[in-house]
Design a protein around this ligand. Structure first.
Ligand code: ACO
Length: 158
């Protein structure tokens, strides 16, 4: 069982740019949403191993804008724990939905997000072509479109 400590990043703590850029290679995109977002960092003992970023779309909806686990710690269930943590925080804060977007080529991420209860809610056509200067490939497929997935939170049904 992983003893993962997930918490809000401290004011004086360094922003984990390496992790952020592993999930979103565009510095320009990062700089557009980071000032309006909240970063949560995950530690295994004193080692920073992962982070995720929450961004408020409106009073009803939060979006996970960025999520990344250090390469050496991937495949151990940390991504799942981060998604559970984000869900709990969004639910406790009274949001109705939590969304996340990934590319059409991100097969593993699409698997993980659906496994964790996120369902297809939209497609931002040509998002990666229109907003990124360099073509991006994953699994040998070009990232062209942003697939949006949304989870309806429990407090919505109370
Ligand atoms: N390819 C294949 N399967 C995957 C992948 C992948 N890239 N990522 C997760 N999975 C599967 C696992 O095999 C596992 O399946 P199982 O439950 O059937 O055994 C399940 O998803 C859960 O995996 P975790 O171990 O919890 O995931 P992990 O800790 O590796 O974190 C993450 C997943 C965050 C995608 C990590 O691989 C990562 O940081 N990747 C690089 C950055 C990235 O792509 N971030 C997401 C971009 S989209 C965005 O930021 C909104």
């Amino acid at each position: 069982m992983l003893e993962l400590n997930i918490r809000l990043i401290g004011n004086d703590e360094a922003i984990p740019y390496d992790l952020l850029l592993s999930a979103d290679p565009s510095e320009q995109a990062l700089m557009a949403y980071l000032p309006y977002s909240t970063i949560y960092v995950a530690y295994l003992q004193d080692k920073l191993v992962a982070q995720y970023v929450l961004y408020q779309i409106d009073a009803q909806e939060l979006e996970i804008k960025n999520i990344a686990v250090d390469d050496a710690y991937q495949g151990k269930g940390i991504g799942k724990l981060l998604l559970e943590d984000a869900t709990l925080r969004a639910n406790d804060a009274g949001y109705k939905t939590l969304s996340i977007g990934t590319s059409n080529a991100s097969i593993g991420q699409l698997y993980l997000y659906q496994q964790q209860g996120f369902e297809l809610s939209g497609v931002k056509m040509n998002f990666f072509i229109d907003n990124y200067t360099e073509p991006i490939f994953e699994n040998g497929i070009q990232c062209k479109h942003m697939i949006m997935l949304t989870k309806v939170l429990i407090n919505d049904t109370l």
